[in-house]
Design a protein around this ligand. Structure first.
Ligand code: MBD
Ligand code: FE
Length: 311
């Protein structure tokens, strides 16, 4: 079938009416964006001859996506969140900003409100038989290598099942298990004592995995640890590192892996003296480099709906 109606007066009038593009009421930005997206959709329906059955499958899919609460998960899986990083990287490059720790996506599983500790935070509140101890430590510095004191390093990651507290489908974890926040000391140092995470997998029966199945894709991430690093005189850094050696490092369904975000994992002993659950432990040293404010502003603050809890 080669039905083309997009360029007809009737469809162009419909597009104008549906988005009230020539009217005075409404939010101009909403109208601009919806007009463009709807036009692109109308055009795609012509070009690909998308059938009524396919349209209704798509509409019902959106309902299911909402019921599953997975719209932000799908955004990560379709590379939409990565695209925002690519755009921010390009924006920084254009502005001549370089040299900081690379950004990578926040993902949908942050929970605000972790209590801030001075210098050191023990993140594992719940026992996890299958996870060995992990120390993550390092410094926060500026582009000149000067330590940043009083920076807040927030950290969150999964347990040995790949589940995050607050979002754990088994309900097994207490609030803020494997979620911590540390204020850096005068030398810019921070340290987290925690347990080794395992990679995340999308809920197997959720709407995100359903769409990924249609694309012939898996919905898994390599083991990783998330960070926000904030400081009054610097731009907020949103990043993650991967656990070296994970086979999915370059096959992340959310495209968050970057060359500089795969620190070495070192085998250590002496964990007993640190209060770890075993004497043998793994250590990752990861130093953050923050970039300066832009004309006195932090242009890295992203507004999005985030879960929060009280500790
Ligand atoms: C995660 O843990 C995550 O970091 C992202 C981006 C998506 C789903 C789960
Ligand atoms: Fe994650």
């Amino acid at each position: 079938m080669t039905i083309k109606v997009f360029d007809t007066q009737e469809v162009q009038d419909l597009l104008k009416a549906a988005t009230n593009i020539e009217g005075a009421e409404g939010n101009p930005r909403v109208k601009q964006i919806i007009n463009r997206l709807l036009a692109d959709l109308f055009k795609a329906i012509d070009d690909l001859d998308i059938t009524p059955d396919e349209i209704w499958a798509g509409v019902n899919y959106l309902n299911q996506l909402g019921r599953d609460g997975e719209a932000a998960l799908l955004a990560a899986g379709l590379g939409l969140e990565k695209l925002l990083d690519i755009r921010m990287d390009a924006e920084d490059k254009q502005a001549g900003i370089e040299g900081g720790t690379p950004r990578t996506i926040e993902g949908p599983l942050y929970v605000a409100g972790a209590p801030v500790k001075d210098g050191l935070c023990k993140m594992d509140l719940d026992p996890d038989e299958d996870a060995g101890p992990l120390v993550i430590r390092g410094t926060v510095a500026d582009l000149d290598g000067k330590p940043v004191a009083n920076a807040i390093v927030e950290c969150w990651h999964a347990n040995s099942k790949g589940f995050y507290s607050h979002f754990d489908p088994t309900g097994a974890q207490t609030d803020f298990n494997l979620r911590g926040a540390v204020r850096t000391d005068a030398q810019g140092k921070y340290e987290f004592r925690t347990l080794m995470p395992v990679g995340y997998g999308c809920p197997p029966h959720g709407a995100t995995q359903q769409l990924l199945n249609g694309l012939g894709r898996h919905g898994n991430r390599p083991a990783h640890v998330h960070f926000f690093v904030t400081s009054e005189q610097h731009r907020k850094l949103t990043t993650q590192f991967n656990i070296e050696g994970d086979p999915l490092i370059w096959d992340d369904f959310a495209y968050a892996t970057r060359e500089d975000l795969i620190p070495p994992v070192t085998e250590k002993t002496g964990g007993a003296g640190l209060g770890l659950k075993e004497d043998a432990y793994k250590e990752i040293v990861f130093d953050f480099v923050l970039t300066g404010l832009v004309q006195g502003q932090d242009n890295q603050l992203v507004n999005r709906l985030r879960a929060s809890a009280k500790a």
